[in-house]
Ligand binder design. Structure first.
Ligand SMILES: Cc1cc2nc3c(=O)[nH]c(=O)nc-3n(C[C@H](O)[C@H](O)[C@H](O)COP(=O)(O)OP(=O)(O)OC[C@H]3O[C@@H](n4cnc5c(N)ncnc54)[C@H](O)[C@@H]3O)c2cc1C
Length: 328
């Protein structure tokens, strides 16, 4: 059920020491068994998906359990709806959209992370938010003694900018019913694509992530599938910001819409782009991204976060809210 594992292998920052208890259950039943075992032994645990929005500790506590949901990846056609489990990468939805000619998922292309975390964070790109394509969410209330799947409708999920009800409760998202159902005849091809993804040995690596999804799209294009302009534009945008060139977690702070100017632009005004601490660097290409440029520690990343918080507070009068989840 549990093994020792280097957490750096399970996050896009490629940072994190050895967890003494690690598990990546592939089914709902096995996940519930792992959670019940933690409960009965009184062991604290952390749930995560693809690790593209978090910072693992350099020295994890020896008794702490780390539970990855990235192998909990399957989908099912249920009566008039499509259920997708938490571990399916959001970018896989863009492939489903291409196969089935559904435009709704285009902006999930090359969006790192799992559907479960996307539902938790209300992941977004441009005007698109993940809450736009879900109907209802299946979750476990981890505070209950009996872990029984429950449902919540999207209108009750209190969605806002990078906000959801899931951040207010100790709930684990198992998956969701989506608003559209892909065409059945493509089911086999899609399952093969998901299997290829699950077979990758280092899927947390951003370069691997990019290569996988861009090659899957190229493969479809070679077979005659028309590729919408949006996908080409997304690829150019993300490559232009060097999203997949260095280990990172994307934007480290949420934008402050009351203040107006994006955090990246404020960091640029403060001349902080390119600043380094140990192996960490504020990206020279995007002020809201801190990259692991040379074997950074979690402490190196945290130090640059503190510099940005202090300088924005001193110069612009507010404390930026981290988007990255910092695990101690
Ligand atoms: C290069 C790059 C670009 C990015 N661009 C964007 C972007 O354009 N838009 C955007 O919104 N984000 C972006 N991100 C951030 C990231 O893609 C999203 O936050 C994504 O939702 C994280 O998914 P994950 O599976 O990696 O989550 P993780 O990092 O594994 O977890 C993040 C948080 O979600 C919680 N969580 C994970 N799974 C579950 C679950 N099933 N139930 C309950 N809680 C859960 C974890 O406990 C943790 O608190 C980017 C990241 C990178 C590295």
């Amino acid at each position: 059920m549990f093994k020792q594992e280097l957490l750096a292998r399970h996050c896009s920052y490629q940072i994190g020491g050895t967890a003494h208890y690690f598990s990546a259950p592939p089914s709902q039943d096995e996940l519930i068994a792992v959670l019940q075992a933690c409960k009965s032994h009184g062991q604290a645990y952390t749930i995560f998906g693809m690790g593209s929005n978090l910072l693992f500790p350099d020295r994890p506590r020896e008794d702490h359990v780390y539970i990855s949901l990235k192998r909990l990846a399957y989908w099912e056609n249920r009566a008039a709806s499509w259920f997708v489990s938490a571990g399916v990468p959001m970018s896989m939805l863009a492939l489903v959209g291409l196969h089935s000619r559904i435009p709704d998922f285009e902006r999930t292309y090359l969006l790192p992370g799992s559907l479960g975390a996307g539902i938790y964070m209300n992941a977004k790109f441009e005007q698109f938010q993940i809450s736009d394509v879900i109907k209802r969410v299946c979750f476990l209330d981890l505070d209950q003694d009996q872990l029984i799947p429950q449902w919540i409708e999207v209108c009750d999920c209190q969605y806002g900018y990078k906000k959801s009800i899931f951040q207010e409760h100790n709930w684990l998202i198992l998956g969701a019913e989506l608003t559209v159902t892909p065409a059945g005849e493509k089911e086999h091809d899609l399952q093969m694509a998901l299997n290829r993804w699950l077979d990758l040995p280092d899927s947390a690596n951003l370069k691997t992530f990019y290569d996988f999804f861009s090659q899957e799209v190229k493969g479809l294009e070679d077979k005659g599938t028309p590729i919408p302009d949006t996908l080409n534009r997304i690829e150019q945008y993300r490559n232009g910001k060097y999203h997949f060139s260095y280990p990172s977690c994307g934007s480290v702070f949420k934008n402050n819409y009351d203040y107006g100017t994006p955090i990246g632009a404020l960091v640029e005004q403060l001349n902080l782009k390119g600043l380094t601490h140990g192996g960490a660097m504020i990206s020279p290409h995007h002020g809201n991204i801190i990259v692991n440029s040379n074997q950074a520690s979690a402490q190196d990343i945290a130090s640059l976060l503190t510099v940005i918080i202090d300088e924005i507070h001193r110069n612009f009068g507010f404390v930026p809210e981290p988007e990255v989840v910092i695990l101690n």
